[in-house]
Design a protein around this ligand. Structure first.
Ligand code: FAD
Length: 482
């Protein structure tokens, strides 16, 4: 493992540096800082990145300017292409030192080679470690391991004011460390992180449990998550899929050393359909981690990829979430579907793409309202409990509370008289009424005051004033609002 060392800092306000001992990283950080310093002092800073999993596309006023973190890269963006590697894996300490723009696909390849994985691996291959920590992530190990930022030991950040600092839970930059999750690149960019890893076994045995009501499903989910077992067997992974009010499944996964037969859903088979078709299944650990990526959960349906004639012709290497997302981004950018709807005399549908966290005891109530007033299905369920004893300031989930993340990604027809954001607002209001929180990767419709009440404006502005006093980076509300 390469150690970080603190470089001498200037007292004249010039950047103070902390660099990793890895020469590749030192070089990449030097180049990044030169790029930062070459920008005019009043120019806003944006991240130039090849991939994204955001679902906020540039607002009309930003189109043509090239937006950050969206589908297109920015003219004045910082080139971070040299910051996408795993620098080291330490099997004895069970840690990895990873650059901020490394994708989970790269990280999983590097760690599985040592029989290890990150504590939480978000399902989409091109989600980066930096993106999952600044923007939150979740997966089926979250009921026991919390969220990805909770297994970060050390965070090296290029701050808005151009310093490179190493933040840990207890050093002089602890305020930045704790405020970084859910800051979405508005306090600084993570360049290098040290994360915890855990051991894996070669296979995951899956059991898909069917329930006729949400109440039964959530009762059993709470019990499994609390006990960490199902029918006497240890459970390592838990998630769920709701197909309709009377058909929902919990999928429990357990690490095993042997499998009688192993499925492959990167070919003609489709993972989410298998949930309804079989009660038991086995996947290699790698295929388990990426089970949702091949068909972007179920969203590949919109491109015809689930029809066997199209699937056969669609090259296997393009059955990936980032390929589908690029198609959606192209459509949004050029407003193709919306224009087609208008040409047919119809109002464009409202995109409802959100992940929300609801306390488990209120989740059946949320599903009731959602089925009645929004009507999207399937819905992904993923239980989570914070790993930390303290809440994280910008996404204040309660420690010890079991939440369920509900993911829904589709569009809904609007009736006459309904506002363009009718269903999104409805979801936001219901989430708030039930004591939940909404992820900020998609557009937010809250008014500014309401937003800062829900996302701890006081804590955010305190840290923002220290690390980005000249506001070179966007403000969080301005970045996420509709
Ligand atoms: C349909 C859909 C489903 C999703 N489902 C899941 C899910 O099931 N599980 C899950 O974990 N997540 C899910 N996500 C959310 C995803 O994890 C977040 O959007 C995450 O922030 C994306 O990370 P990225 O690396 O692709 O970053 P980007 O999309 O490129 O950027 C995300 C934001 O983070 C900032 N950012 C990126 N890198 C850094 C960095 N190094 N330092 C500081 N800020 C940075 C960017 O400025 C931007 O604001 C989903 C998203 C979508 C659209």
């Amino acid at each position: 493992m390469y150690g970080a060392r603190v470089a001498d800092g200037g007292s004249d306000g010039r950047p103070v540096g902390v660099v990793s001992g890895d020469p590749r990283h030192t070089r990449a950080v030097r180049q990044l800082r030169q790029a930062y310093e070459a920008l005019p002092p009043d120019a806003p800073i944006r991240l130039a990145k090849r991939t994204s999993n955001l679902f906020r596309f540039p607002r009309a006023r930003e189109r043509g300017q090239r937006g950050s973190g969206g589908a297109r890269e920015t003219q004045r963006g910082l080139d971070v292409s040299g910051l996408d590697q795993v620098l080291a894996v330490d099997p004895a300490a069970r840690t990895a030192e990873v650059q901020g723009m490394a994708t989970y696909e790269t990280i999983v390849d590097a760690t599985l080679a040592h029989g290890l994985m990150p504590l939480v691996v978000p399902q989409l291959k091109t989600i980066t470690l930096g993106g999952a920590v600044a923007g939150l992530g979740i997966e089926s190990s979250s009921f026991r391991n919390g969220l990805p930022h909770e297994s970060v030991r050390e965070l090296e950040v290029l701050t808005g004011d151009g310093r490179v600092v190493v933040a840990t839970p207890s050093n002089e930059h602890a305020g930045l460390f704790h405020a970084f999750p859910n800051s979405y690149g508005t306090l600084g960019y993570s360049l290098r992180l040290v994360i915890d890893l855990e051991p894996v076994k070669p296979f995951v045995r899956l059991r898909h449990l069917r329930f006729a009501t949400a109440e039964q499903c959530l009762d059993v989910m709470a019990q499994i998550c609390t006990e960490g077992r199902h029918e006497g067997e240890p459970v390592d992974f838990v998630d769920g899929t709701v197909f309709s009010p009377d058909e929902q499944y919990i999928t429990v996964g357990s690490f095993v050393n042997e499998a009688p037969a192993v499925s492959d859903y990167t070919g003609m088979g489709i993972y989410y359909q298998s949930i309804r078709q079989r009660a038991e299944d086995w996947l290699s650990i790698r295929d388990y981690l990426w089970r949702w990526d091949t068909d972007w959960f179920w969203c590949s349906q919109a491109f015809g990829v689930q029809r066997s004639a199209v699937r056969r012709l669609w090259p296997r290497r393009y059955r990936r979430s980032d390929v589908y997302r690029r198609i959606v981004a192209f459509d949004r950018r050029h407003q193709l579907t919306a224009r087609l709807a208008r040409a047919r005399g119809r109002r464009p549908d409202e995109a409802v793409v959100q992940d929300v966290e609801i306390p488990i005891e209120a989740t059946a109530k949320f599903l009731d309202v959602f089925h009645r007033d929004v009507g999207i299905s399937p819905i992904w369920l993923c239980p989570l409990r914070l790993r930390s004893a303290q809440p994280w300031p910008l996404y204040p989930l309660e420690p010890d509370e079991l939440y369920v993340n509900l993911g829904f990604w589709s569009s809904v027809p609007l009736s006459a008289g309904q506002a363009d954001d009718h269903h999104n607002r409805l979801v936001e209001d219901e989430v708030h009424a039930l004591g939940g929180h909404k992820s900020l990767y998609s557009t937010v419709h809250y008014a500014e005051d309401e937003f800062w009440q829900r996302y701890n404006g006081a804590a955010y502005h305190t840290v923002k004033a220290v690390y980005d006093p000249n506001r070179r980076l966007p403000d969080l509300y301005d970045k996420v609002r509709g």
